[in-house]
Write a protein that binds this ligand. Structure first.
Ligand SMILES: Cc1ncc(COP(=O)(O)O)c(C=O)c1O
Length: 420
């Protein structure tokens, strides 16, 4: 995303329109709106698409002789593992299916590293007082919170259209072996929609780093395209293996925003050595995951093609909302040079940069006019946007009319704040 210093011409126009803008803002306030574009959640219409789950598996709970109602199957039902293996393009032996939340699996992965250490490491991370983690920003606030909670210092690097700024990443990890990992959302990154380029993936796999450095490769939006225009993502595991760093990456995915987020199925994928290590720990933690949930997901989707057909139905509901936000932003702000925003090809968010120092003010103005936006700074480590300019727009949850109204109010607030 480019810098957002307002153009002189844009400011001149806005200042001339200031009375009109203030009137517009008062009109919005008088409408007593109550709109919310904070939540990166599927709408209820999207959830309805998977309602078949609610009556599955019925009495079809046996899978090749396995009674899914009973204990066992630590790493998941074989066809569920196979489905995730196909999504992540990795061998089925390198998959562990978990519970309903990939974030939970990420937390556990790092908590295990802190408590016990990881293969190739020399000590548990909790012994390293100055342990650090790289957070490409703006990014996913919950990732950052996990590493903050586990006592890592959070190191910010910029995110570009091609993924994290790799010059910054390489400089950091080559000189400081207390840096134990990096958060990555490689496809339709939250919130910028960035997709990692081949070069970024290769450099992440090859760069010199601590022997126990881990890439947390959160492929949450692997199947969440808005159209058939789909960027290809290089295979991180293949690059890591080729570079002699097979243990460096742990991949994650889930059906949260494919079926029902509260009751989806999550997985992780890793090298043989990491999988063996993780199993020694999870075999103590649990007797096995929820296989009834797995079998009903398999019955609903049948296979990857079925899942992809399902995701096209999501896209049909979601894309008009993304298009509408973009159309309003373009119409209201396009010529003014006061904001830039992303045009993602998938995922759940649009990330907007307003002029430096105005995001808090804009979010406050919008809230006073009845439009709730994600808190300023939320997508940055420690909740602090160093330039106070980033605004995350989550268009999926409200109905399309509300998305339009909320975006209209937002643009008025941006213009008011920029021209103050
Ligand atoms: C990048 C990213 N990862 C993970 C999650 C949560 O995934 P899960 O529901 O599998 O825990 C989200 C939810 O918004 C997300 O945006």
């Amino acid at each position: 995303m480019s810098s957002t210093s307002p153009s002189e011409q844009g400011l001149k126009i806005l200042r001339q329109q200031r009375d009109q803008l203030q009137q517009q803002y008062r009109d919005f306030k008088n409408m007593q709106l109550s709109l919310d574009i904070t939540r990166g959640k599927p709408s209820s219409m999207q959830l309805d698409l998977a309602n078949g789950l609610l009556s599955l598996p019925g009495d079809q709970y046996l899978l090749n002789g396995t009674d899914t109602r009973n204990y066992g199957g630590l790493d998941g039902l074989p066809p569920m593992k196979a489905l995730f293996a196909e999504i992540l393009e990795i061998s089925v032996d390198n998959i562990i299916v978990g519970g309903n939340s990939s974030l939970n699996m990420m937390y556990d992965t790092l908590a295990r590293g802190c408590q016990f250490g990881v293969p190739d490491g020399t000590e548990p991370w909790h012994r390293i007082e100055t342990r650090k983690f790289i957070c490409p920003s703006p990014g996913y606030d919950r990732h950052f919170k996990v590493t903050e909670h586990l006592g890592f210092e959070l190191l910010t690097v910029d995110i570009t259209d091609d993924g994290p700024d790799m010059d910054q990443v390489e400089t950091l990890v080559s000189s400081d072996h207390d840096i134990k990992g990096i958060w990555c959302v490689p496809k339709y990154s939250n919130p910028t929609g960035s997709c990692y380029s081949n070069d970024t993936v290769k450099r992440l796999a090859e760069m010199p780093a601590a022997s126990d450095f881990r890439i947390l490769w959160d492929n949450a939006y692997a199947e969440h395209h808005l159209s058939d225009d789909r960027p290809e993502l290089a295979n991180i595991m293949e690059h890591c293996v080729a570079a002699g760093n097979a243990n460096r990456v742990i991949e994650f995915a889930s059906t949260s925003k494919i079926s029902h987020p509260g009751s989806g199925v999550a997985c992780l994928a890793a090298s043989d050595i990491n999988i063996a290590d993780i199993k020694t720990h999870i075999s103590v933690q649990t007797i096995g995951p929820d296989k009834v949930n797995q079998i009903r997901h398999l019955q609903l989707f049948k296979n990857l093609q079925g899942l992809r057909t399902h995701m096209r139905k999501h896209a049909a509901l979601v894309k008009p909302k993304f298009d509408l936000v973009d159309e309003i932003l373009e119409r209201e702000l396009g010529d003014l040079g006061i904001a830039t925003w992303t045009k993602p090809k998938g995922g759940y968010f649009i990330s907007l940069d307003a002029p430096d120092g105005t995001a808090k003010k804009i979010i406050e103005l919008a809230a006073d006019a009845g439009v709730k936006l994600t808190g300023a700074g939320a997508p940055f480590p420690y909740g602090k946007d160093p330039r106070d300019r980033n605004i995350r727009i989550a268009p999926t949850f409200p109905i399309v009319e509300e998305v339009g109204q909320a975006t209209q109010v937002l643009t008025t607030c941006i213009k008011l704040a920029a021209s103050a």
